[in-house]
Design a protein around this ligand. Sequence first.
Ligand SMILES: [Zn+2]
Ligand SMILES: [Zn+2]
Length: 259
Amino acid sequence: MAGERDVAGGNGVWGRGWRGPLSGLLDLFFPPLCHQCRGFIPHAGRVHVCPACLATSRPVEPPLCTICGVPFPAPAGIDHPCGPCLTTPPPFAAARAAFLYEGAIRDLIHRFKYDGAVQVRRPLALLMADRLAPLAAEKAPDLLVPVPLHVRRLRQRGFNQAVLLGALLSREWQIPLGRRALRRIRWTEPQVNLAAKERLANVRGAFAVTDRARVEGKRVMLVDDVLTTGSTLAECSRVLLRAGAAEVCAVTIARVAWD
Ligand SMILES: [Zn+2]
Ligand SMILES: [Zn+2]
C-alpha cells in the first residue's frame, strides 16, 4: 500500500513496496520478467529490469554541474557549475538525467521510441521518478511539461515518449502535467543528424506556449527522454520564460556522456 509513495520518496526501487502475502502467488501467474533480458527477477520491486541489466548503465552521480547536470570525471569533489555553464549560462535553472545513455537504459529507450515498445515506459519512468526525486523535491515544480513532438512526427510514431513518461512522473510525484502546454510549431531535422553547434539553430523558433495563463508565474519542469547537447531543453526553457514562467528546470532518463 505504501509502495506507491516509497518509490517517489526515494526509498529505492528494490524495496518491497506493495508486495504482501499474495506476491508469491502473483509471481506464479505473472512472473516478473526483466524488460531487457526476459529473465525472471526474484523479489522484483516495481521496476522490472534485473539488477544485472541495470548495472550496464551508470547512474549519473555527483560530482556534477549544478546547472546542466553533467557529471565530472573526477570521482570526488563537490558539485559546481561547469565551464560552459559559467561562460554561457543556459536558460534552465537545472537539468538532471537519471542515467548515462548507455547499456540497458539506452536499449530500452531505443525500443520504446523506435520499436514502439510502450510497455517499457513504466520501468523507465519509475527509475526516473526514483532517481530524480531529490530534484523534484528541491525545485517543487507547479507543472510538468513534456517536450512536444511535431504533429508529423507524432503521426509517424503514434505517441510522444515525453508525454507518456510525464504522465507516470506526474502520478508518482503528484505534480500536474501540462501535456499541451508547449507545442512544436515548426518541423525540425532530427537533432541526432546534426553537429552540436547546428542543433541550437535547428530548434530556434520551433516551440510555442499554447496558453500563457497556464505557465505564467509557474515553476515548470520539462520532461524528455534523452539530453544530448541540451539545445532542445534550452529552447523550450527560453519560450516558457518568455511567456512568464518563474523558473524552468528539466529532467530526462538519460544523458549522452561528456564528450
Ligand atoms: Zn535483465
Ligand atoms: Zn554545466
